[in-house]
Design a protein around this ligand. Structure first.
Ligand SMILES: [Zn+2]
Ligand SMILES: [Zn+2]
Length: 281
């Protein structure tokens, strides 16, 4: 299968299209992680639709999908995910369970006739629902996955995926306190320490974050200060705001690189574009 991480959707909140989004792309959150015989997808935003076509062509029969949470932008592509219409496919859905309805109840509602023409009972794949919990890591093949709560409306988790050689941190929706104070995030810092790849959103600039405090997303400066404490091998920015065009994202990237240099923080940063592939160790 190879060993890689592919970003099929890097947009946050709502898919976008148009020439002003051509470079970074418009599909919402979805990552594909292949390692040995294991296939793990992270979130099922609209990026999962083209991925599903590829998996069906390959005849993949066992798939794990990890959901950080169940907001629309992380779920929207699921009804269009080809493997759910294939016989002899098992899809294990790992998701948080908050105070409200369970993930399997939510999925059944997603396929109710008011929302979608195909009913849940008509899906051909076998869907297995598993709950993810803090301090209860799971193992899939040779990978270990740990969970830490995110600061985001309703129950949301950050992930840490450890291969035998590498640690990948993932936080697509996580609002760091502003101004950033490491003491407010001691547990998160401990969780993400030693990340070789650190995938963390930076949806707003500082001014936008002031206007959107409590919406569950961070500003670039806050994450940059977190990065200063973590010293990861690389910081990858995902979950781009739908209001941000290619020009805006390039400007944010330029400004962030400038501040990293000024503060002598030795960490490469990249704003990820749809379709990016990274080889894993
Ligand atoms: Zn989101
Ligand atoms: Zn969300």
């Amino acid at each position: 299968m190879g060993q890689y991480l592919k970003f099929w959707g890097t947009r946050g909140s709502c898919p976008v299209s148009g020439p002003q989004y051509r470079k970074f792309g418009g599909n919402t959150s979805c990552l594909e992680l292949r390692y040995g015989d294991s296939l793990i997808l992270i979130d099922a935003g609209t990026g999962i639709r083209p991925l599903g076509k590829q998996l069906a062509q390959e005849g993949i029969r066992e798939i794990h999908i990890l959901f950080s949470h169940m907001h629309w932008d992380h779920l929207l592509g699921f009804p269009f995910f080809q493997p759910i219409y294939e016989e002899d496919v098992q899809i294990t859905i790992w998701a948080p369970h908050g105070e409200g309805r369970s993930p399997d109840e939510l999925f059944k509602e997603l396929f109710s006739q008011e929302f979608f023409p195909v009913s849940f009972d008509q899906l051909k794949a076998k869907l297995v629902f598993r709950t993810i919990c803090e301090k209860e890591p799971i193992a899939i093949g040779s990978l270990q996955i740990d969970f830490h709560p995110a600061r985001h409306p309703y129950k949301t988790f950050c992930f840490k995926i450890s291969t035998p050689h590498q640690v990948i941190g993932y936080a697509s929706d996580n609002e760091l306190c502003s101004p950033f104070n490491p003491e407010d995030h001691a547990s998160l810092i401990e969780f993400f320490r030693h990340s070789t790849l650190f995938i963390h959103e930076a949806q707003y600039n500082v001014k936008e974050h002031v206007e959107k405090e409590g919406w569950g997303h961070s500003c670039t400066l806050g994450v940059l200060l977190l990065v200063e404490h973590l010293q990861p091998g690389k910081w990858l920015v995902v979950h781009h705001d739908p209001e941000h065009t290619d020009t805006d994202l390039k400007a944010l990237r330029k400004e962030t690189k400038k501040v990293l240099r000024k503060k002598h923080i030795d960490c490469p940063v990249e704003w990820v574009v749809d379709g990016t592939v990274l080889e894993l160790k």
